[in-house]
Design a protein around this ligand. Sequence first.
Ligand SMILES: C[S@@+](CC[C@H](N)C(=O)[O-])C[C@H]1O[C@@H](n2cnc3c(N)ncnc32)[C@H](O)[C@@H]1O
Length: 268
Amino acid sequence: MSGFSSKWLALREPLDLAARNREVETAFQRHLPSSSPRLLDLASGAGSTVAALKGRLPADTMWTLTDHDPALIAVARDRWQRQLQGALSLRQIDLAANVEDLPFAEVDAVTTSAFLDLVSEAFLERLVGCVIRAQKPFLASLTYDGRITFAPQASLDNTMRDVLNSDQRLDKGFGPALGPFAAERAIALFKAGGYEVVNGTSDWNVGPSDEGFLEEFLSGWSGVGLKNGISQDDLDGWRLQHLTQMRSGDIRVTIGHIDFAAFPKSKV
Ligand SMILES: C[S@@+](CC[C@H](N)C(=O)[O-])C[C@H]1O[C@@H](n2cnc3c(N)ncnc32)[C@H](O)[C@@H]1O
C-alpha cells in the first residue's frame, strides 16, 4: 500500500491547481451533460479534483469520491460535504482489488488526478477496459512524466532524477508501476479502444515561494537517493544547495506532468 499524508497533498495542491491544463479540461467539459453531471473520481485523496473543477462545473454536479485510505476519505468528507450540499458520496475501496465494482455505467464521466503513475500495466488495462465498456469520458490530470529540471542546476540533479524515475517504477500496490510511462500508455490504450484523446502538459512550476513544498519534496527525494546508494553527505550537499537557492529567491524547478481527456469517438 502506498501512503499519502493529507499534509503532503495539501502542500502540492496549489501547484496542481496552477498546473492543470485548461484546454484538456475544457475538452472534457464539452462531453458532460449541461446539468447535474455525475462524476466518479478515482483515488481522490482529499478531493483535489473537486477543488480544481468545482468552479467550472454546474453547481448541481454529483461527485463520488473514492480512495482506499480511510483518513483521506475523512479529510475529503470534512472538506466537501457541506459545500457540496448532499451531492457528495464517498466510497472506501481498494482499487487494485476491486476497481470493477465501481458504478462506471451509472455516472456521466470518470476523473482522476496524480494517480495513473502509481499503477501497473495490468491495472491500467483493467481500468481503461471499465471506462471503455461503459463508453464514458475520462479525465486524467497530473500524471508524472519523468521530466525534472532545476535552474540553477546542481551536479547531482541528473543522477537524482534517474533514481527518482526508477523508484517510480516500483510496486505501489498495483504491481510494477508504469511511473513516467503511464500517461503515454493510457493514451495508447484509449486510442486502441476507439477513443479520441486530447492531451497536453501540466507541469509544476516550483519557485522560491513554495518553501514548504520544496523542503518536503527534497527531503523525500533524498530518502529515495539514500535507498539507491547515494551517500548521505552527497545528498545533504545537494539538498542544501537547492534550499540555499530557494532562500535567496533564486530557484525554479519544473516537474513534468501530462493531462489528458479521452472520449468515445462517436461523441466528439
Ligand atoms: C498522489 S495521491 C493523489 C490524490 C488526489 N487525486 C490528488 O490529486 O490530490 C494518490 C492517491 O491514490 C490513493 N491510492 C493509492 N493506492 C490506492 C488503492 N489501491 N486504492 C484506492 N486508492 C489508492 C492514495 O490514497 C492517494 O489518495
